[in-house]
Design a protein around this ligand. Structure first.
Ligand code: MG
Ligand code: ZN
Length: 170
């Protein structure tokens, strides 16, 4: 447990604290590999000694506390929404604006169990923005007067108007 006297607000301080605690956990893990889990620091007075295994546990608690503090100071961005960036494009600001307008529109809000945009968390906003973007893309593709053209290094034909790909006719 960190003495609150040594804590300050702000993400930079929280980042520094997390880096330090990760280093302390690494030191405890390293000592336990080199000298064993039941070994202890001989430089520490006998009445204050702890085993490396207990030290590791103490540093894990410190790291978890530092992670919690870091997330709080950094605005606690949800990890799930971040994972979207692998493969699936994140909604743009424009996607979010459109989703906001649709979610808060009269016909949608009149539906039982409808939730106002500002009452959704970041995961919910991202989810809806992607659903609306994909629905829009499907509609655009379905109504496009496709302009099929070959692309360099691609076997399929591509419509530059809607982005759809089509297998070339044999
Ligand atoms: Mg520590
Ligand atoms: Zn098209």
């Amino acid at each position: 447990m960190t003495d609150p006297r040594y804590m300050r607000p702000g993400v930079d301080f929280a980042t520094g604290k997390l880096v330090e605690e990760l280093g302390e956990l690494q030191a405890a893990l390293g000592k336990s590999i080199r000298w064993g889990r039941s070994s202890f620091n001989p430089e520490v007075p006998a009445d204050q000694r702890e085993t490396n295994a207990d030290w590791i546990e103490r540093e894990i608690d410190d790291v978890l506390e530092a992670i919690e503090n870091y997330r709080r100071e950094a605005g606690h961005k949800p990890v799930k929404a971040m994972k979207l960036s692998s493969g699936v494009p994140r909604p743009t600001d424009e996607d979010f604006r459109l989703a906001h307008a649709i979610v808060d529109s009269d016909p949608v809000l009149r539906i039982y169990a409808a939730t106002e945009w500002d009452c959704l968390n970041d995961d919910g906003k991202t989810w809806l923005a992607v659903i609306i973007r994909e629905a829009r893309n499907h509609l655009i593709m379905a109504t496009c007067q496709h302009d099929w053209r070959p692309r360099p290094f691609h076997l399929d034909l591509h419509c530059s108007k809607c982005g759809l790909d089509r297998k070339p006719r044999a």
